[in-house]
Design a protein around this ligand. Structure first.
Ligand code: ATP
Length: 213
């Protein structure tokens, strides 16, 4: 039933104690589609991604996985990287079918010439860690990426790298972000506004971006 839609959700609800964070959230992501999730701080964007990634259970509603779904999840905390392993080893873990030559090319493109390939990932800057985690995801064989604010706190060079990787990625992307440039780079075909944020987003001009979709 999900040939065109590798990932969807029907009527998701989630509360923490008495705090209702999500209610009645529906979404569908087409093959190669781009969904941007907008909402104010605390609107439940990270909670939604964690539920879609299977890291948390909704109180009600359900997540629908289409045939052949392979998910990649980028969390704000970079906790998919192992700080004790080298940059090259981290990439090999995330994207095991890259050949050595392909891995060198990827590291060269993502990490300024690949000079850092033998350093432990733990010594990288925040921006470099983000680029390494995304390089792993983009080449992991995933066909849907769930990305939680991947351009937060990045230096300009890293931002450029991350935005071009997003533009070029052929699979589907679900992007949580406050970053207008990232939204423009992704050119979403759908936007999900988590309800708590709608009015203020309007004031901030976000709904102009929604009209891009
Ligand atoms: P931000 O833009 O600040 O990252 P967000 O839209 O991603 O916000 P969430 O991180 O999903 O929002 O959090 C939504 C609400 O749920 C917040 O009020 C948060 O404090 C609360 N919350 C999140 N996780 C838990 C948890 N494990 N236990 C209790 N409350 C939680």
């Amino acid at each position: 039933p999900c040939g065109r839609t590798p990932l969807g959700a029907i009527s998701l609800a989630k509360a923490y104690g008495t705090h209702q964070v999500l209610s009645g959230v529906d979404l569908a992501v087409d093959r190669g589609g781009r969904l941007v999730v907008l909402g104010l701080n605390g609107a439940g964007k990270t909670t939604l991604l964690r539920i879609l990634a299977g890291g948390e259970r909704p109180d009600s509603g359900r997540v629908v996985h289409g045939h052949g779904l392979r998910l990649g999840y980028f969390a704000q905390e970079h906790d998919t990287l192992d700080p004790a392993l080298t940059v090259r080893q981290n990439l090999a873990l995330a994207a095991p079918h890259l050949t050595d030559g392909e891995a060198r090319t990827v590291l060269g493109a993502f990490l300024f010439g690949g000079d850092d390939a033998d350093k432990p990932a733990g010594v990288l800057s925040g921006g470099e860690k983000t680029r390494l985690a995304l390089a792993g995801l983009v080449h992991s064989g995933a066909n849907v990426l769930l990305l939680d604010e991947p351009t937060n706190n990045l230096d300009p060079a890293s931002r450029g790298e991350v935005l071009s990787a997003l533009e070029a990625y052929p699979g589907a992307v679900v992007l949580v972000t406050h970053d207008e440039e990232a939204i423009e780079a992704l050119r979403p075909d759908r936007v999900l506004l988590l309800p708590d944020g709608v009015e203020d987003l309007w004031d901030d001009g976000y709904l102009d971006l929604v009209s891009l979709a």
